[in-house]
Design a protein around this ligand. Structure first.
Ligand code: DX5
Ligand code: ZN
Length: 216
């Protein structure tokens, strides 16, 4: 079953609670919170407080996407996150990170930037709940899907199947009603979208279109 996550990066922060209610009513499956520190990526977004606030006001699972350096030092501050996504490029000891995330009661997801080879995560595939393939360079919403990533999704899918694993493939960046179809056809299980959902005046329709595209 394909899942759709709403990344709140493009939401109207004046009305964050209302924005989240809108996507809940539109039937998304989870909420994705993008944390950026201005070092790992050239942008600064939300912090721990917002992530915990989002978790408090929604009944949907929450996934916090850490685009920060030294993420391990504040991991304990997260309250009841469902998924914690860390970047393989930002963490020196990924197995230690995975253990810490599990100790907190969350499911670990490893994220990988577009140009980073899949070899980097080969040995941790069976230790994580999912792999989040960045399909744009991290840092901003509203960018164009990087087409060669379709090959990367396929290769990852093969790797997971060859090893008889259940690891989920998430894609994040540039997902809209055209690319949702292509990503799912290539092997993506979960889709994360921000601008395609929040910048559409009709959020219900936006989510419906993504789902239709994914199921095509
Ligand atoms: C980018 C973030 C994404 C972003 C997606 O660094 O990780 O989650 O919000 O935005 P869209 O869907 O607009 O590409
Ligand atoms: Zn993200």
């Amino acid at each position: 079953m394909i899942k759709i996550g709403a990344s709140i990066l493009s939401a109207d922060f004046r009305f964050l609670k209302h924005e989240i209610e809108k996507v809940e009513n539109a039937g998304v499956d989870f909420i994705h919170v993008d944390m950026m520190d201005g070092h790992f990526v050239p942008n600064i977004s939300m912090g721990i407080g917002i992530a915990n606030y989002v978790k408090k006001i929604t009944n949907l699972p929450v996934d916090v996407h850490l685009m920060v350096e030294n993420a391990d030092i504040f991991l304990n501050e997260f309250k009841d996150m469902d998924f914690i996504t860390f970047h393989i490029e930002a963490v020196r000891f990924p197995f230690r990170m995975i253990n810490k995330i599990r100790e907190l009661g969350a499911k670990p997801i490893v994220a990988i930037n577009p140009a980073t080879p899949l070899d980097m995560i080969e040995y941790i595939l069976e230790e994580v709940y999912g792999v989040l393939l960045m399909t744009v360079e991290p840092g901003f919403s509203g960018q164009k899907f990087i087409m060669p990533m379709l090959k990367k999704i396929k290769r990852l899918k093969n790797l997971i199947e060859e090893n008889n694993l259940e690891t989920k493939i998430l894609v994040d960046g540039g997902i809209n009603r055209e690319t949702a179809y292509l990503a799912v056809k290539s092997g993506a299980d979960w889709l994360i979208a921000s601008s395609a959902i929040f910048r559409n005046p009709d959020v219900n329709r936006a989510v419906k279109e993504l789902r239709e595209s994914a199921l095509k």
